[in-house]
Design a protein around this ligand. Structure first.
Ligand code: BTN
Length: 270
């Protein structure tokens, strides 16, 4: 957290972020853009030229993308919007671990930096109470059954004081939760440091330790969830995640269903 005599910049500065980075790969280089359509699309368009670990962060996005075809609104300087390019030498079936590991890292970093009690909504939203603080959009490019690259796009709401009516019931920002202004450059560096550490320590896998930590911070587990299977609408209690990042849901008849994608509504959250 910022001390009173620290000067808080309200915009992203490469110099301020770099001075706090302890990573070996992530954010080296870090590219700061004033404005872009989407940091995910920008980094994908240059993926062949950029090195593993390159990060692109933008002060605003004109066409920010969310999961499931949704938009991600990024007005100037009120949201941390960045994408990480990864070119890991891993088997394609390990890819599913990357997003939950990143979600876990962001949740730990925000807790550590702000003291706020954030949690994870499976698979990778970071929430405070019943509202969304951060979302992650992962995009994968494959060639002949090998990974060309992965783009991990993270959007974290920092200083918004309100949201458009259609999301105001389920979105929040650090400012709305705490009434405080946090140093976004230091927070950004903390998040990058945590993501690199999480991926490295777990070797891009959902290890037993990662599952344990994820579970302890996952607001979905232990609650009733609603999801679709084909045309059928199902509900049950979320009981665990497995090492494929799937959510295990126990239905009323005691059978376990494995949920691996799409939208899950969690009772009492969204
Ligand atoms: C979600 O729907 O929860 C995922 C939101 C991801 C938003 C981030 S902002 C930076 C990056 N660029 C994009 O266009 N999207 C991601």
């Amino acid at each position: 957290m910022c001390k009173n005599n620290d000067k808080i910049l309200n915009y992203i500065s490469a110099k301020a972020v770099m001075s706090e980075l302890t990573t070996q790969v992530l954010g080296r280089p870090l590219i700061v853009l004033d404005s872009v359509d989407s940091t995910n699309d920008y980094i994908k368009s240059l993926a062949d030229e950029f090195d593993n670990g390159t990060i692109v962060v933008a002060r605003e996005q004109s066409a920010g993308k969310g999961r499931l075809g949704r938009k991600w609104i990024t007005k100037k300087d009120d949201c941390l919007a960045f994408s990480i390019l990864l070119k890991p030498q891993i088997a394609p079936d390990k890819v599913t671990a990357i997003t939950p590991l990143a979600g876990l890292a962001v949740c730990k970093a925000v807790r550590d930096f702000t003291g706020l009690d954030c949690m994870i909504k499976w698979p990778n939203d970071v929430i405070i109470g019943s509202k969304k603080l951060c979302g992650i959009l992962t995009e994968l490019s494959m060639s002949f059954n090998t990974i060309r690259y992965i783009v991990l796009g993270v959007g974290l709401n920092i200083s918004q004081t309100d949201f458009p009516a259609e999301i105001s019931e389920k979105a929040t920002s650090l400012f709305l939760e705490s009434g405080k202004s946090f140093d976004k450059n230091k927070l950004f560096a903390t998040i990058i440091n945590y993501i690199e550490a999480e991926l490295k320590e777990n070797n891009f896998e959902l290890s037993g330790k990662a599952i344990e930590e994820y579970t302890s911070m996952c607001a979905t587990i232990g609650r009733t969830v609603y999801f679709s299977r084909g045309t059928e609408k199902l509900s049950g209690e979320a009981v665990a995640i497995n090492d494929n990042s799937e959510l295990l849901v126990m239905l009323l008849d005691g059978t376990i269903q494995t949920v691996n994608s799409g939208e899950v509504t969690v009772q009492g959250i969204y």
